[in-house]
Design a protein around this ligand. Structure first.
Ligand code: ATP
Length: 301
């Protein structure tokens, strides 16, 4: 076998409710994940030892050492089975790096599935999900895709029904925002404020289940938006451009700095993307739909 390629989607958080900091520093979350049709591809090929390469416009921002989540996934899977992590991992990167769209998590889930197939391990799904949770809070969702509610640190997943296709535009910003730094800013802004227990909004879950774009637009909410805007005030201008161009709703994607725009159809998506690109308030704009399938092994070519 020459290699196994897995395609993995990015995510947007339709709702990200953040609780107060716990004694261990993590936050309880109610995280409504929606997979979107922007994909990385991870190829696992036979090799002596573990190596990682990456291609794509953001490739220079991706670490190629053992801190890469794809490499860590290969190591954890090999350790579970008591074998050496002999694999070459190649990442074809299309998901913005450090953009709040779980690109690194996608590569972790992709590498896990690709190595499992390459090494012929047949690891049960629940064990793969355990390894994903060990890799990071967003990794289990990258494996599962579709839509899901994440609780705990976001890693305990309940799959959610989705009753239609949603159209999105994503404005990719210059430079990333570090997720821990954004949570730190959340804590700073939350000082002295009574933070409620995070809970998923029933109206939002209903909007997803019925495929009602207008209701979803009304329910989109991200508690990391205020800290992301506090750290990167220029994102407010990007949000305004998308809304003025006809988006039904605009929000920061996860910890940012990517911004997400929900639109009513594909035609509006093209118009909003053109307005965002022309505005000069972002690096580039991408059109996508949701839900998208989770990590999937592609047929050999
Ligand atoms: P999330 O939405 O899960 O908070 P993110 O999309 O904001 O994450 P990532 O693209 O996952 O951010 O990257 C965050 C950091 O993780 C990067 O700056 C990089 O140093 C590191 N990293 C490790 N592995 C990868 C990978 N495979 N791809 C991209 N970044 C990686």
């Amino acid at each position: 076998m020459s290699g196994v390629t897995v395609r993995v989607p990015a995510k947007v958080n339709a709702q990200l409710a953040v609780g107060a900091a716990r004694p261990d520093g993590f936050h309880d979350l109610a995280n409504v994940f929606l997979a979107v049709s922007l994909y990385d591809e991870v190829t696992a090929a036979p090799a002596d030892g573990l190596t990682v390469t990456c291609e794509g416009p953001d490739a220079d921002k991706v670490p190629l050492d053992r801190t890469n989540l794809a490499a860590r996934a290969a190591e954890l899977l090999a350790a579970r089975h008591g074998i050496a992590p002999d694999v070459h991992l190649h990442i074809k990167k299309d998901i913005p790096v450090a953009g709040g769209m779980a690109g690194g998590s996608a590569d972790g889930a992709g590498a896990l599935l690709a190595c499992d197939a390459l090494w012929g391990l047949g690891t049960p799904r629940d064990v793969l999900l355990e390894i994903c949770a060990e890799l990071g809070s967003d990794v289990p969702f990258s494996l599962v895709g579709g839509a899901a509610l994440g609780t705990g640190r976001g890693e305990k997943l309940t799959e959610l029904p989705v009753g239609g296709t949603f159209h999105w535009v994503f404005a990719v910003a210059d430079g990333g925002l570090s997720t821990p730094v954004v949570f730190g800013e959340f804590d700073r802004l939350a000082e002295g404020v009574d933070i409620p227990e995070p809970a998923a909004s029933p109206a939002l879950l209903e909007a997803l289940a019925t495929g009602d774009t207008a209701a979803l637009a009304a329910g989109l909410a991200n508690d990391l938006q205020a800290p992301a805007l506090s750290l990167r005030p220029s994102l407010a201008a990007t949000l305004a451009v998308g809304t003025d161009a006809g988006a039904l709703a605009a929000l920061v994607s996860g910890s940012g700095p990517t911004t997400a725009f929900l639109v009513k159809d594909a035609e509006t998506a093209t118009a909003v993307a053109a307005a965002l690109t022309a505005s000069g308030t972002c690096r580039t704009a991408r059109v996508a739909t949701s839900p998208a399938a989770g990590a999937t092994v592609l047929p050999a070519v």
